[in-house]
Design a protein around this ligand. Structure first.
Ligand SMILES: *Cc1c(COP(=O)(O)O)cnc(C)c1O
Length: 368
């Protein structure tokens, strides 16, 4: 069987993105929501998976509202979706006004300074300018702080010249079961909504959607759930895995008890056995913190990563894998149906979002 006709052979690491499953995840979220529409968070190149491919697939599924972080990301998205409503989370930064107008990008205004800048821009034209207003409800990151919200509430003329599309806020602990912070943010946002009734209201990210209908308002903003990360805090995952990351075996060796493996000799063989080296590493965005901690899927079983993850290579203890499976080019799954992104990330002390957005451009990328 070794390297035989029936064996699948990879020549380099390969990333497969299943656009059909991303669409299916969008439908699952839409089912959870009923009639409330779901926007799509496609910042950071669509969570690393390719903003053009991912967004076009979601558009075909009926998604009409998209959020990115940067103006440049918005410009790239505009090229492929001429009719989408595109929001820029970083807002109207000084000097980006022209680009925002030209790309018909809607800034998310995060402070009174940004509101002042964008209303000044509106006064230069004869049309109201679209904007979304972001209120901080306890995360202390982006959005109008409490004192700014109070100022805006007593002086709503500060918004003159703007066509307010959405008022929004963002949950800090939606992924924590029974979080008191989520309940408190919900109460704050309900109060803000009463004071600012223009446009539609949006609070929930992926995990927020699964906190219940009170969190849905008029629009939700899932990101990671579309790409297969769990939006539930109970460990179950209603979403499908959307990527498969595979790498080929490039070498297999026999090792004696007591031999050490890889940089820094961090792993010592406790028994004689076999080590397989696969062609993928942290330069491909596979987290170095998976060193000595991660597991991969090879020929029907889980196999441990031993030693350090290096730039281009990872070493596996394959002592228990039948030798017929350990051929040159044999595909090893690092992320996929057997290695869900949440598990892979957790073993590396990270989260699915970081894992996905780190995946570099070195893979053979295939979209199915
Ligand atoms: C990234 C982001 C989201 C999406 O978060 P997920 O947890 O990936 O669903 C929603 N809203 C804002 C403001 C964000 O920055």
């Amino acid at each position: 069987m070794k390297g035989g006709m029936t064996e699948r052979i990879l020549t380099s690491s390969a990333l497969t993105v299943d656009l059909g499953r991303i669409r299916a995840n969008y439908r699952t979220i839409q089912t959870e929501l009923g009639s409330v529409p779901a926007a799509a968070m496609v910042k950071a190149n669509g969570y690393g998976l390719g903003v053009t491919e991912v967004s076009s697939a979601l558009w075909d599924e009926g998604c009409r509202v998209f959020f990115v972080a940067q103006v440049a990301e918005g410009e790239e998205l505009r090229e492929c979706l001429p009719d989408a409503e595109i929001h820029v989370l970083n807002g109207a930064m000084p000097g980006t006004e022209e680009a925002l107008r030209a790309g018909r990008l809607i800034p998310v205004l995060n402070s009174l300074d940004q509101i002042a800048g964008w209303t000044a821009e509106a006064r230069r034209g004869d049309q109201p300018l679209p904007a979304t207003v972001h209120f901080d409800t306890g995360m202390s990151r982006l959005g109008l702080a409490q004192d700014e919200t109070a100022t805006l509430q007593t002086n709503q003329a500060l918004l003159d010249g703007l066509d307010v599309r959405h008022v929004m806020s963002h949950l800090a602990s939606a992924d924590v079961a029974g979080s008191a912070q989520s309940a408190q943010q919900l109460a704050s946002f309900q109060e803000i909504r009463r004071a600012f009734p223009a446009g539609s209201a949006s609070l929930a990210n992926s995990a927020g959607i699964f906190l219940g209908t009170a969190y849905h308002f008029d629009l939700v903003r899932p990101g990671i759930a579309l790409f297969g990360g769990t939006p539930r805090s109970d460990g179950s995952n209603p979403m499908l895995q959307t990527i498969t990351l595979e790498a080929p075996i490039v070498q297999v060796r026999n090792v004696q008890q007591g031999e050490v493996i890889g940089y820094g000799a961090t792993h010592t063989m406790e028994r004689p056995g076999r080590v397989a080296t696969i062609a993928v590493g942290y330069a491909d965005g596979f987290l170095r913190s998976a060193s000595g901690a991660g597991t991969v899927w090879l020929a029907g079983s889980m196999v441990p990563i031993i030693g350090r993850v290096s730039m281009d290579l990872i070493t596996l203890d394959v002592t228990d894998v039948p030798t017929g499976e350990l051929y040159l080019g044999a595909p090893v799954e690092l992320i996929g149906d057997h290695c869900p992104i949440d598990d892979v990330a957790a073993r590396a002390g990270s989260i699915a979002n970081e894992l996905l957005t780190d995946l570099g451009r070195r893979y053979q990328r295939t979209y199915v």
